[in-house]
Design a protein around this ligand. Structure first.
Ligand SMILES: C[S@@+](CC[C@H](N)C(=O)[O-])C[C@H]1O[C@@H](n2cnc3c(N)ncnc32)[C@H](O)[C@@H]1O
Length: 279
């Protein structure tokens, strides 16, 4: 285990983490640092948290990759297929029908903390199902940009390969059959039709979104909960600027814009709550 963390080391690490990726460590979270960083420190032969902080803040050649590894270890990557269900019903029943009546353009959807890929693949599956169910008359063309701060999560997401224990978290047998192909050793890979709509890119939510372009729908779920009120407000306001007129925003089940951003109106559909950019 990581040896005793002093109050000074804890404060310094908290400041580093908040500045690097927005995550606010509350009081008494030393055990979290210890459980997530002990192996890294052992493998890198780093004796203490102070030494780690000195290394990540220095200019030695590996400091950038060490910094990324620390951030990777400290982020929570918990996710699942069709997580919370209602956002995807809202897409299918409200947002997709509305977009397909607007124009024929290619819409753009941003999954802004995509973890190991379940969220963007679920959005793409929902679109495939919408197009299958709505008959030949409906057209909806969309590109999905999936981003995360974690390079290792993005690498997992890009393979689009999952084992049974991961597939079991939220996917019906029918969806597994329709949208995955079987590979050896109990692995299944997302079909190319579902994969081809998605592009993956590394993006820290604290940094500029200018290079991503504009979107029609943004998913920002289960990441703002880790951030301070100031960061939440900044991110939501910058996301509002990244949306085209009448664009939509989906947050996680325990997240809200109330008190952080007034650029959106709440849509209370019979299927769930989401947000639309005010006109
Ligand atoms: C709990 S997962 C949520 C995944 C998915 N959105 C969902 O709801 O199932 C949080 C993700 O946020 C990412 N994350 C944390 N801080 C970030 C930041 N500053 N910029 C971009 N992504 C970040 C983590 O790497 C992790 O993959």
């Amino acid at each position: 285990m990581l040896s005793q963390i002093t109050p000074q080391e804890y404060e310094k690490f908290k400041r580093f983490l908040e500045k690097a990726c927005g995550i606010v460590l509350g009081e008494g979270k030393q055990y979290l640092i210890s459980s997530r960083l002990t192996k890294l420190l052992r493998d890198e032969e780093i004796a203490s948290l102070s030494e780690l902080m000195t290394l990540v803040n220095s200019h030695f050649p590996r400091s950038a990759s060490l910094r990324d590894t620390v951030i990777d270890a400290m982020t929570t990557n918990e996710t699942s297929w069709f997580r919370d269900t209602t956002p995807f019903i809202c897409l299918d029943k409200v947002v997709f029908p509305e977009l397909s009546e607007r124009t024929n353009k290619q819409y753009r959807i941003w999954s802004s903390a995509c973890s190991s890929g379940q969220e963007p693949y679920t959005i793409s599956i929902t679109l495939s199902e919408y197009l299958m169910d709505s008959g030949a008359g409906k057209r909806l063309n969309a590109e999905i940009m999936a981003t995360d701060i974690s390079a290792s999560m993005l690498n997992e997401a890009k393979t689009a390969e999952y084992d049974e224990s991961i597939l079991g978290r939220g996917l019906s047998t029918d969806r597994k059959k329709k949208f995955f192909i079987e590979k050896p050793d109990g692995i299944r890979q997302v079909t190319s039709e579902v994969r081809n709509r998605i592009r993956f890119k590394e993006q820290n939510l604290l940094e500029s979104y200018a290079s991503l372009g504009k979107f029609d729908i943004i998913f920002c779920r289960n990441v703002l909960i880790y951030f301070s009120a100031e960061r939440k407000s900044d991110i939501l306001n910058r996301m509002a600027l990244s949306l085209n007129p009448n664009g939509y925003l989906f947050l996680g089940a325990s997240e809200t814009i109330t008190g952080y951003c007034d650029a959106f109106e709440m849509i209370r559909s019979p299927h769930g709550v989401f947000y639309r950019l005010k006109s």
